[in-house]
Design a protein around this ligand. Structure first.
Ligand code: ATP
Length: 248
């Protein structure tokens, strides 16, 4: 039996002037691979910040792993790779292995020691994203897509149950997007990591994604990927307020 990892009930969020989210209710189940789609300004980042506990809903409730978010303490269960992770300049003074190791800080606490097998853990995390041969390189000397993989390894080393990726394929060239997806699917299937992939690109929805949620201030659709495929472009246009083209 799968259980909800995230449950939102009637969540509304208001910045001073702007209502960013209106009456959002949906669940993410253990093992789901969810693409959260929405145009610019549709509330995707706001929704993520609510799930990560960085903002509090104006109205409504959020549960993580079956607990009200206010009581939830296992923050190391949630890995987050932000949109801006892959923007180091070439002189940034950290190696790939140092960046990955820093992903353990949340788990071991800032002033506690790393486990004895930390080097092995770093290599395993890098192997999972196909980046082990870059371990000693400077992070700033990697391409945007390679840096993104390293940041996923940094999240993986803490053994998350849920991985949230904000626009992960930005900066990855077209030929490498498929292998990037294959890597995410492998993590989802082999390690049973629940995935939420945030994007404003409808095209990006790969065949491997299990669920899709369409957000534009409110949730217009949340369901299986094959149900999403049946939605017409006209309906998407109406939700998003502009022309949308689906590429299969
Ligand atoms: N700190 C803030 N203060 C006031 N309004 C904000 C703030 N952050 C976001 N907003 C507004 O809330 C709405 C939702 O913004 P949000 O950043 O969540 O959208 P998004 O879907 O992540 O957009 P994008 O795809 O462009 O990153 C927008 O109208 C935005 O202008």
């Amino acid at each position: 039996m799968t259980k909800p990892i995230i449950q939102l009930r009637n969540v509304t969020f208001q910045y001073d002037e702007t209502q960013a989210l209106n009456d959002i209710s949906f669940q993410v189940q253990e093992g789901d691979f969810l693409a959260l789609l929405g145009p610019n300004g549709s509330g995707k980042s706001t929704l993520l910040k609510l799930i990560l506990g960085l903002l509090k809903p104006t109205k409504g409730e959020i549960e993580l792993f079956g607990e009200p978010i206010q009581a939830f303490k296992q923050h190391e269960w949630i890995g987050y790779v932000s949109q801006k992770s892959n923007s180091f300049n070439s002189g940034f003074p950290a190696t790939v292995e140092e960046v990955v190791k820093s992903g353990l800080t949340k788990k071991v606490g800032l002033f506690k020691r790393y486990p004895k097998n930390v080097d092995q853990l770093v290599i395993e995390a890098l192997q999972a994203v196909g980046m082990e041969s870059f371990a000693t390189r400077n992070i700033g000397q990697l391409s945007g897509g390679q840096q993104q993989r390293v940041f996923i390894a940094r999240a993986l080393i803490a053994e998350p149950k849920l991985l949230i990726l904000d626009e992960p394929t930005v900066g990855i060239d077209h030929e490498n997007v498929q292998s990037f997806y294959d890597m995410l699917v492998k993590l989802n299937e082999e390690r049973q990591i629940t995935m939420i992939l945030v994007t404003h690109d409808v095209d990006i929805v790969s065949e491997h994604i299990s669920h899709v949620a369409c957000l534009n201030k409110t949730i217009h659709f949340h369901g299986y990927k094959n149900e999403f495929d049946d939605i017409s472009e006209q309906t998407l246009d109406a939700w998003y307020g502009h022309k949308v083209r689906k590429i299969h």
